[in-house]
Structure formats: C-alpha cells, structure tokens
Design a protein around this ligand. Structure first.
Ligand code: ADP
Length: 175
C-alpha cells in the first residue's frame, strides 16, 4: 500500500513526553496528532474504567476499527503508551521516548498518579518495556530510541524526526 505521507508512532512510558512531542511535531510538520487516549474516550473503545489504575481498559479491536481509515490515509502521529497492537503495514517509524527515573518520578508525582501506578510505570521505564515491545513488533531499522529529559532534547528529537520526514518524502515521491 502506498501512502503519500508516513505514519509515525511516538511511544514510551506515561510521562515520558509523548503528547508534548506530538504537539510540537504536528505544529512543525502539519502531520495529524492522533491521540489514542482521546479516541478511546470519544469513541468509547473501552470496556470500562479501572479505578485502581485510574485509566480506561482499552478494547483494542474497537480502537483499531475506529482509526483504521484515517491511519491508512497516512500522515498520522500516533500517541500511545503501547505499540504492538498496530499492524506493521500501517507504520513507517516508531519513536520510543526514554527518560531518567528521577525525572519520570517528578513528572508522575506532579500528575498525582496513585502509588501503584507510579511504581509500575517507573519499573516499566527501568526495564525498557516499551523499547522491547517496539523492537519485538517492528523491523529494527524503523525503531528509534530518543531521550526526553529536557526541553533541549525534545527540540533535537523533533528536528530529527522532521529531517527523517523530509527524507521519507523524497524517497517516496512518485515524480
Ligand atoms: P506523555 O504524553 O508521555 O504522558 P507528556 O507529554 O504529557 O507525556 O509530558 C508529561 C509532563 O512532562 C508534561 O508536564 C510535560 O510538559 C513534561 N515533559 C515531557 N517531556 C519533556 C521534555 N523533554 N522536557 C521538559 N518537559 C517535558
């Protein structure tokens, strides 16, 4: 299937900076920020709310149905803390954001995460769960690990992704 614009996943542990990166990238490139969290809520792609974790229990089949048409057109930046559910054929680049534990601790404390959820997310970041999931699910050459500890790194990351996009367009132009 040929797309005139690529699809990018920005993934990583909650608090790592996915939404911030997606918003900046969408602003600079004109690609569409597809917040899975917003879709899950708006289109009710869930099986209820988990009070302990304070998060929706996502119905992945419903979610994929809800975004399929849009993603297949290309030009989406998918913002979600999982990546293994999206078919390989939909995705051109997977960016896994990483952050130091102490920085993540501060961000999640600021968000007032319940203790259990905070601890599980810190463990997940330390154990590189999302990075491994990305490497297990996609070809290694499309998976990129980037640091997101401060604003300067975010700026550099967005510059890098913009440069990748420019190259992708050149490689995929039909001219
Ligand atoms: P996520 O979408 O991964 O949960 P957010 O983008 O919502 O993360 O970021 C969580 C918090 O951390 C926000 O307050 C955001 O401003 C801050 N943050 C995220 N990434 C960075 C960064 N690279 N530099 C500085 N602050 C950041």
């Amino acid at each position: 299937m040929s797309r005139t614009l690529p699809n990018i996943i920005i993934t990583g542990t909650p608090g790592v900076g996915k939404t911030s990166h997606c918003e900046l990238l969408a602003e600079r490139t004109g690609l569409k920020h597809l917040s899975v969290n917003d879709v899950v809520k708006a289109k009710e792609c869930h099986e209820g709310y988990d009070e302990e974790y304070q998060s929706w229990i996502v119905d992945e089949d419903k979610l994929l149905d809800a975004i399929e048409d849009e993603v297949k057109q290309g030009g989406c930046i998918i913002d979600w803390h999982a990546c293994d559910l999206f078919p390989k054929s939909w995705i051109d680049l997977v960016v896994v954001l990483r952050v130091k534990s102490e920085v993540l601790y501060d961000r999640l404390t600021e968000r007032k995460y319940p203790e259990l959820k905070l601890q599980e997310n810190l463990d997940s970041e330390i154990m590189e769960v999302l990075l491994q999931e990305a490497r297990d699910s996609y070809d290694e050459e499309i998976v990129v690990e980037l640091q997101s500890n401060d604003a300067e790194q975010m700026d550099e990351n967005v510059d890098r992704i913009e440069a990748w996009l420019k190259q992708w367009k050149e490689n995929n132009s039909s001219a």
